[in-house]
Ligand binder design. Structure first.
Ligand code: NAD
Ligand code: UD1
Length: 337
């Protein structure tokens, strides 16, 4: 049995990954400062999986706390989710974003090396790709030219990890470039419920569906796409969680690697298609109207998922309807609390 430290493990993707790791017979330990999550999520995972999860509440930049975690637990790998992630907020708070996301990674890698922990999986993002690329993103394509400090922080962390893998050959790392994670665990006990008015599409749809917001604004219907609305690659968060288990398994078998891997479905879905799928999956009508384009949006991008399949043996299994049904189920439960 192996033990994995999840930084930011009480968050949306971290809590789902905790479930997948436990399902696959691994143990997990979590550190989170709860800046964008609650302890409840990890307690819900414990209940769901009938497991005990050591939770250290504190900041990743706290070296003493990290020392303690590594001393108290035999850790085989770290999955590094912790970070601030709001695209628009990062434009107004660049110092906070760079300081949090970069410093926490530097401290983490230093403490890992000091404590002989040499396997790292990092939550990167499709946002690192240069927007001038072809819509189908392939790992070897140019990165950079990011549109916000959040994106640049992911770009910079990737470079830091590559440099560290080069300088410290005992370190092996996989940087997972997520596309658009959505949905929730089918139990409805964990999911994504952002504070305030959501920026991202699925959380916004969820809140319209439960009547918290009165309609969805679809940003642009005059793009050169199949139906005029933007196309993205949505991935069920439980599929994404499974990808982390595969990445961890890969690191257990392969030393000295440093890889970037796209994690998406490999298929583009338009905003309109997602709305229709949501209506169908949940047997309801979703009020929406067309609104002007949102600044900075690209018409189309989706993952080339070949490398994930070839190296990790990873493929998505959940459909767009599954994403919509599970997202709504979670939102209804969250609403009642
Ligand atoms: P989330 O906000 O739910 O989880 C991140 C967690 O990190 C939170 O629980 C937060 O409290 C914690 N955290 C932040 N800074 C910390 C620090 N200094 N010390 C300790 N804990 C800290 O976000 P998520 O959606 O679960 O995303 C996880 C990771 O995946 C993030 O790095 C994010 O940038 C990346 N990512 C997310 C998406 C997405 O759409 N959700 C897409 C691409 C990449
Ligand atoms: C956004 C981020 C990206 C991040 C990703 C996480 C931007 C510019 N990019 O990507 O860095 O990694 O989230 O999933 O913010 N839409 C509507 N109405 C809404 C909300 C969204 O029509 O109320 C449309 C958008 O115009 C877009 C699509 O839905 O075409 C998806 O939007 P969103 O969920 O915000 O994700 P991205 O823009 O792909």
């Amino acid at each position: 049995m192996s033990r994995v430290l999840l930084t930011g493990g009480t968050g949306y993707i971290g809590s789902h990954t905790a479930v997948s790791l436990l399902e696959n017979g691994h143990d997990v330990v979590v550190i989170d400062n709860l800046v964008n999550s609650r302890e409840d999520s990890i307690r819900a995972v414990e209940k769901l999986m009938n497991a005990k999860i050591p939770l250290y509440i504190g900041d990743l930049r706290d070296e003493e706390l990290l020392e303690r975690i590594f001393r108290e637990n035999e850790i085989d790998a770290v999955i590094h989710f912790a970070g601030l992630k709001a695209v628009s907020e990062s434009v107004y708070k660049p110092l906070e974003y760079y300081q949090n996301n970069l410093d926490s990674t530097l401290v983490l890698i230093r403490e890992m090396l000091k404590n002989g922990v040499t396997r790292l999986v990092f939550s990167s993002s499709a946002t690192v790709y240069d927007p001038a690329n072809d819509p189908e993103r392939v790992e070897g394509m140019p990165t950079g030219n990011c549109t916000c400090p959040y994106g640049w922080s992911k770009f910079m962390i990737e470079q830091i990890i590559r440099d560290c893998c080069h300088a410290y050959p005992q370190l092996s790392a996989i940087m997972l470039r997520y596309f658009n994670p959505v949905g929730a665990h089918p139990s409805g006990v964990i999911g994504e419920n952002p504070q305030g008015i959501p920026n991202n599409l699925m959380p916004y749809i969820q809140q319209v569906a439960v009547g918290k917001l009165d309609h969805l604004n679809i940003f642009g219907n005059d793009y050169e796409t199949k139906d005029g609305t933007c196309v993205r690659d949505y991935i069920h968060v439980c599929d994404l969680a499974d990808a982390h288990v595969k990445a961890f398994d890969y690191l257990l078998k392969n030393d000295s690697c440093c890889l970037e891997i796209n994690i998406g479905s490999g298929h583009g879905v338009s905003v309109m298609e997602l709305v229709t799928a949501f209506e169908k999956a949940n047997d309801m009508k979703l009020p929406y109207q067309f609104a002007p384009r949102r600044a900075g949006d690209l018409p189309i991008f989706f993952a080339n998922a070949d490398r994930a399949r070839e190296l990790l043996g990873f493929e998505t299994h959940r459909s767009v309807e599954d994403m919509c049904r599970d997202a709504f189920n979670y939102q209804q439960k969250a609403q009642k609390q």
